[in-house]
Design a protein around this ligand. Sequence first.
Ligand code: PTJ
Length: 268
Amino acid sequence: MAGMKIPPEHPRAKSLLIRERLVEYYNQGVVAASGLIAHGRGETFDYLLGETTTKPALKSMESAVAMLLTAEKPVISVNGNTAALVAQDIVRLARVVGAGIEVNLFYRSLNRELAIKKLLEKAGAAEVLGVGENASARIPELNSERRRVDPRGILIADVVLVPLEDGDRTEALIKMKKKVIAIDLNPLSRTAQAATITVVDNIVRATPKIVEIARKLEKQNREKLDKIVMNFDNQRNLASSIMLMKSNLSTIGEKGLYPAREGGGNGF
Ligand code: PTJ
């Protein structure tokens, strides 16, 4: 229940606080009801990852940053969950890589668009694209409300960052010859599989880390950044994340989920 006190010593306090934040923003009209369900699905995969940022995730983040820094017109697409959980880091990232910020919702309503815009502006965004009449362009071959985009933003972007997504739009953007960077805890999702670069990590951990990497890489020359992008293989990286989950599951099978309580520890 939103507003309930989470005891800080609760072993799942961090995770419960994130849930509480989502419920709060659901009540404020930022998060869609389905956003709460989507978060639960994400949590399952996060459990299998060990709720930590893995080496393959770090590699994909570096490549994502290099791609954003070398893009001509990068745009960060923001939905309800992203705005509720990481609005400030999205604004920071947009600033470092010179990206536009656009609201793009699966469950679009003017009230939600405005609530998300307000949240992003409160976090420091100077301009928020894709709100109301500004979402006047259409992504071809896409039937969901996500097809509505800003002609100054996603429509003309060469690189689109889509934290937390459903698969159809990623596929449609790729068909439009755009590069798509996804952040998705589920390495098996259509988004994860179709994206150019997939960061398999929780947006709560990934977004600040991506900002940190961007601040380091922004001073690098174009040649070095291009090389980072070229040397990245998304299918291989996704396979590494899946193998990590598989190996974590085997460890759990052998040692149990909470060996920490008996003096062991597997990071869960
Ligand atoms: O705000 P809207 O209207 O655009 O709606 C947003 C949702 C999330 C409801 C919509 O995009 C949706 O239905 O998404 P899906 O198809 O449920 O996909 C969400 C994906 O995000 C799933 O693969 C989840 O595993 C993943 N996910 C959930 N929470 C996180 C996450 N990935 C990274 N970090 C998270 N915190």
